[in-house]
Design a protein around this ligand. Structure first.
Ligand SMILES: Cc1cc2nc3c(=O)[nH]c(=O)nc-3n(C[C@H](O)[C@H](O)[C@H](O)COP(=O)(O)OP(=O)(O)OC[C@H]3O[C@@H](n4cnc5c(N)ncnc54)[C@H](O)[C@@H]3O)c2cc1C
Length: 382
């Protein structure tokens, strides 16, 4: 890829081939000329493949937040997409439980919030209904979310990539965006290619879907990540989420639905829950842990949280033993929230052809197609 021309090579350059960048490319490619630049040798190697794979219903945030609106819309779009494109998924349903009587008011409040948000079909369960759905589960109360499910993240990303390519999008793996500047007709995107060579691409618009690195990419264009007259604050703080896999087959076969506790009070995460993947494997997690600024992002699990997971896991499996757990995957939340501070919405911010996607943590996977449609609208390509 190289350009010396002042007329754009493409209409939209998308930075980052995670699930969000791929969804943006898939939605925009039938409408305009798209180039997608990804620094790794393939798509989805960061957060989009290190998550619970849950298609969320939209329970956890206020009704007018993007995290809610795009999740509720994204849930519907994702099931439609998965069915139309043969992406493996299951509408498993999820129970949110109160572990003790004193959690019941919060359980009821969360269900009310979910209903207000438009999450379909939520219903409080009687003890008999809980026992029928999950005979092995002990809890003080539960509600059921029938539209919660699971999706094959890599399969979803593959289908989005294929859709974008089928409509002529240029996909450039091993192309790291290292510079961005405004130019006649839009922007010049400087990249470092596979052999370390540098090049430029001229584009009318830029969508920054760089996930964890979106704040760094935004800064390339001269915006201040801490906010200023030209832009809202968008600096990320990272919060780690670790998983442990339940390797005892008998225990892993006990629960048939996703089972969640109430979320953390500061909403840093949805709480260590029982996740089931499409192969029937059970994963406990993710926990939440703030990282110091500048700490390296290591996607390996160092097994230092086994004791904590044992305690959390006994809410679902009272007889859980240390040897039933094996260290699982690790993901990192790009947070606009600060330790001890209130939760923050997605930041989807548009300035003269530049779209910034900041703080795209959960439910970003669920919301990917709705985010993509929203971005298309901002760029006048709806
Ligand atoms: C522990 C955990 C559990 C989660 N569980 C769920 C869940 O169950 N359901 C749900 O809906 N959501 C969930 N999420 C959220 C979801 O995983 C993310 O919102 C989503 O994957 C974000 O996708 P993305 O494309 O924005 O980012 P990423 O997947 O991180 O992709 C960004 C891409 O940009 C590339 N990039 C960065 N800088 C550059 C550059 N300079 N040049 C070129 N490329 C660059 C990166 O290499 C990367 O490939 C979870 C998140 C975590 C951390």
């Amino acid at each position: 890829m190289a350009s010396q021309r002042s007329t754009p090579d493409v209409d939209v350059a998308v930075v980052g081939a995670g699930v969000v960048g791929l969804a943006v490319a898939a939605i925009l490619a039938p409408r305009c000329r798209v180039a997608l630049l990804e620094r790794h040798h393939t798509y989805g190697l960061e957060n989009s493949s290190h998550n619970s794979g849950v298609i969320h219903a939209g329970l956890y945030f206020p009704a007018d937040w993007l995290k809610t609106r795009l999740c509720v819309e994204g849930n519907r779009l994702l099931y439609q997409w998965a069915e139309a494109h043969g992406v493996r998924h299951r509408r498993l349903g999820k129970l949110v439980i109160a572990r003790s009587e004193d959690e019941l008011p919060a359980l009821e409040a969360l269900m009310r919030q979910g209903r207000e948000n438009g999450a379909p079909g939520l219903e409080m369960l009687s003890p008999g209904e809980v026992a029928r759905l999950e005979p092995h589960l002990r809890c003080a109360g539960a509600f059921f979310s029938p539209s919660s499910g699971i999706v094959d993240q890599m399969g979803l990303m593959r289908s989005l990539l294929q859709e974008a390519q089928a409509h002529g999008a240029l996909i450039a793996f091993r192309h790291e965006v290292v510079g961005l500047e405004r130019a006649e007709g839009g922007f010049r995107v400087a990249y470092r290619g596979p052999d370390g060579e540098e090049g430029e691409l001229a584009t009318a618009a830029v969508v920054n879907a760089a996930g964890l690195q979106a704040d760094r990419v935004g800064a390339l264009l001269g915006y201040d990540p801490d906010g200023g007259p030209a832009n809202p604050p968008f600096r990320h703080r990272f919060n780690r989420g670790r998983y442990y896999d339940l390797v005892d087959r008998e225990k892993a076969s006990r629960l048939r639905h996703l089972v969640y506790p109430l979320p953390n009070s500061d909403r840093t995460g949805a709480g260590v829950h029982v996740g089931i993947d499409l192969d029937g494997n059970v994963h406990l997690g993710p926990d939440t842990e703030w990282l110091p600024d500048g700490a390296p992002l290591d996607f390996r699990n160092d097994d230092s949280a086994r004791e904590r997971f044992l305690q959390a896991g006994r809410a679902f499996y009272p007889d859980l033993r240390p040897e039933d757990l094996a260290p699982g995957q690790v993901g990192y939340r790009p947070k606009l929230q600060r330790p001890g501070g209130p939760p923050q919405d997605f930041l989807i911010w548009h300035d003269r052809g530049y779209v910034h996607l900041g703080g795209i943590e959960s439910p970003g996977l669920t919301s990917c197609l709705a985010i993509a449609r929203h971005v298309a609208g901002l760029l006048g390509r709806a």
